[in-house]
Ligand binder design. Structure first.
Ligand code: HEM
Length: 414
């Protein structure tokens, strides 16, 4: 791609920080897919077409972009002292890494995140979601329900705490860390305060999870997560447990709740589709897939080229960063007919890229799908109809450049 951008296209220029892009990124993506499908900004290539993104997700020359190393570098640059324990914890976290620790933890996490161990978690998931839904049902006035505060915000921490068998005190401590770990999920805007908060969060989480591990060893705590990970594996240490717990806590923190918030929003905006699912519960799985296609929670991910390689007509050079715009691929008209339509009977919704593909793809996919399906099913059966409350605007969050979810969503659930 040469650097020339016609004036007319400037209005659509790729700038995730702009407020217009935040309100509606899809117009920009559509222009980029059409006219600038592989667009270089400095050494960073922005890809917006489904087939290019899919190819890159499976391309061995594209490796993780070293988010954690960059973060450690920022700690050093800003003279924020990291203890050796925190430093090595960061290095061995499964999130966006390479090497032996990455492979080992990815493998061990497959146990709690799939199959019978998810089934064993089912009862607790039901209890936690029922509790939150019943609190909404008990409200005197349900025509202005702030669903973010009442369901979305508490949900993941409550579920995660139940999974680990946490006490109420530990659960409260975990709630306090949600905001502080944000840089690990989205390092797009690193500030000194963000780094200081992350440093403290790492120490607090280390203490919390190590204590939880030791409670399990003594038999004074009983959690499915520990049971699954320790099952038959006597070499599994407190440190392994802490790293796995941190990776899962971060992995599910904003994604799970974004899927639920976005699905409730879409069902409210598309009443005909809501009627369809209300009369055919079998459409639930496809509804969630279609929601992740329409409003993709993690809008983009990044890789770095470790050798020169050719992508179609574009030469990607060693060291170049490649931004894969998952949200754009999910609206690619070459793959999804009438892509801006929320259609819960669409035949190929499950081809969405919201969990990516290849070796870094989301390890919590099955659990994420499971939880979001149960939550949406309970919201549908718990209320006659899900509508947007009159006079309330939907506001998309802006703290993260990557995540797509409303920061304010007020529903009429009468
Ligand atoms: C349903 C909601 C979820 C969505 C949409 C989602 C999406 C994603 C995405 C896009 C990635 C990055 C993949 C890449 O760059 O190629 C990712 C990675 C990851 N996710 Fe999820 N996720 C969800 C739920 C979960 C849950 C429930 C967990 C764990 C309990 C989890 C754990 C992880 C971990 C540990 C990684 C890092 C994997 C690695 O670096 O190898 N996710 N997820």
């Amino acid at each position: 791609m040469d650097g020339f951008v016609p004036t007319k296209a400037r209005a659509f220029f790729f700038n995730p920080k702009s407020s217009n892009f935040n309100k509606s990124p899809y117009k920009t993506y559509s222009v980029m897919r059409e006219s600038y499908p592989s667009h270089y900004l400095g050494n960073t290539l922005i890809l917006t077409r489904y087939n290019d993104i899919s190819q890159c997700l499976n391309e061995p020359s594209l490796v993780t972009s070293g988010i954690i190393n960059k973060l450690i570098h920022e700690f050093d640059k800003k003279n924020v002292e990291l203890s050796e324990i925190n430093r090595s914890m960061l290095r061995d976290l499964i999130l966006f890494q390479e090497g032996d620790a990455f492979a080992k933890h990815r493998k061990s996490l497959m146990t709690p995140l799939t199959g019978i161990w998810i089934e064993k978690f089912r009862g607790l998931i039901n209890v936690e979601i029922d509790l939150l839904v019943s609190q909404i049902q008990a409200l005197d006035n349900r025509n202005e329900v702030n669903i973010i505060e009442m369901l979305i915000k508490p949900l993941w921490v409550n579920l995660f705490s139940a999974w680990l068998g946490f006490s109420q005190t530990d659960k409260d401590a975990l709630h306090a860390e949600v905001k502080n770990i944000r840089l690990l999920l989205d390092p797009s805007s690193i500030t000194l305060d963000g780094l200081l908060n992350l440093k403290e969060a790492l120490s607090n989480l280390d203490t919390l999870f190590k204590r939880n591990y030791s409670d399990h060893q003594k038999g004074s705590s009983k959690g499915i997560f520990y049971e699954a990970l320790h099952h038959g594996n006597t070499e599994y240490t407190a440190r392994d447990y802490t790293l796995d717990a941190i990776a899962c806590f971060i992995g599910g923190t904003e994604t799970v709740v974004a899927v639920i918030a976005n699905t409730l929003l879409l069902l409210a905006q598309w009443p005909e589709e809501q009627r369809k699912i209300r009369s055919d519960a079998k459409l639930l799985r496809n509804t969630l897939a279609e929601s992740m296609r329409m409003e993709t929670p993690a809008q983009m991910t990044k890789r770095t080229a470790n050798t020169d390689f050719q992508l179609g007509g574009t030469l990607i050079k060693k060291g170049d960063d490649v931004v894969l715009c998952l949200a754009s691929g999910n609206r690619d008209e070459q793959i999804f007919a009438d892509p801006d339509k929320f259609d819960i009977t669409r035949k190929n919704s499950s081809k969405h890229l919201a969990f990516t593909a290849g070796r870094y793809q989301c390890v919590g996919r099955a659990l994420g799908q499971y939880i979001t399906e149960i939550a949406c099913e309970k919201m549908l059966s718990g209320f006659n109809f899900i509508k947007l409350a009159a006079g309330h605007e939907v506001i998309w969050q802006r703290e993260s450049l990557i995540m797509r979810m409303p920061s304010s969503l007020v529903l009429d659930l009468t």
